[in-house]
Write a protein that binds this ligand. Sequence first.
Ligand SMILES: [Zn+2]
Length: 356
Amino acid sequence: MLNARASLASLVTGCLALTLAMQPVAAEPIAKRLFGGKKLPAVMQPAVHGFYSKGCVQGAIAIPQDGETWQAMRLSRNRRWGHPATIQTVVKLSQDGKKVGWNGLLVGDISQPRGGPMLTGHASHQIGLDADIWLTQMPNKRLSYREREQLSATSMLNVNKRGQLDQTRINPKTFTKATFGIIKTAASYKQVERVLVHPTIKRELCRIETGDRRWLYKVRPYWGHHYHMHVRLSCPADSPNCRPQAKPRADDGCGKELKDWARLLNPPKPKKTVKKKKPTKVVKRKPKRQIRLRDLPGACTVVLKAPGPVNAKAATLRLAGGQAFLPNPTPSSAASAADSAVLGRVAVPTFRPANP
Ligand SMILES: [Zn+2]
């Protein structure tokens, strides 16, 4: 009996030791589940932590669903959040777009309320400094919730006879002077670090620009991005914990780099040989390692735990009397009247649909 008890005790101790040994692995939460589950931002001084593809954001604010010069898309994703500098830049771009014949922005994903990795899509967009802007102009009517979920963006690439997108040719019907103008406007902002577009779009920008070409270096060619452009801001001054990306080379990028891309987009066909084909090996791809909470800057754990505002509206840019006001939310536990700081004289009149 004594023996049995002793062995039971040792078994229990053994199990406990095993559990403890396993704990570090089991206790490493997958970051996207934690950040993907947050509905509201962390009420803190705005700051970003980490890198565009590995970090988080505190004190994020949301762009309203509608402004006179923008409409936010895919509302169910709840990715209208960003560092205040990003939200202000998107608003400014929507207004400046008018000067180049762009009717208004359809705003795609920015970040989750506290940034971080997402359950679906995007490796970056984690620190509230990336914004996807559709290359389709805002229509003259307010889109319904359903339309914003389902409306497809239009590609700037040509469609061949078989109905497939031709990666090497621009579609002059969808890529217009205004498209050129809105991309150039975004790239010309000091706070914008780079703008990602499809290489064929970059080639078109290079071809069209006959004047000052200095802005072109910021426009970086990348796969995809023929339905939307990806606007990325530099690390803001309030964020010493933000890791900057290496600056793009300061030449216009219209030469060799584009030639290299052209080869990638349209690789030369392999010469036909009579050699017998070896049976192709099935290469198993290693599943990508999930980003764990401990992979992110330590501050992101604090950001996750911080209290949120009373509701999303309290942390959304406020539009009133033709101006935009930065929200100043209070933590939900200490509910007091939200104060607002004037954002400067940006004209954002309340939305008046031209074609209701
Ligand atoms: Zn993007």
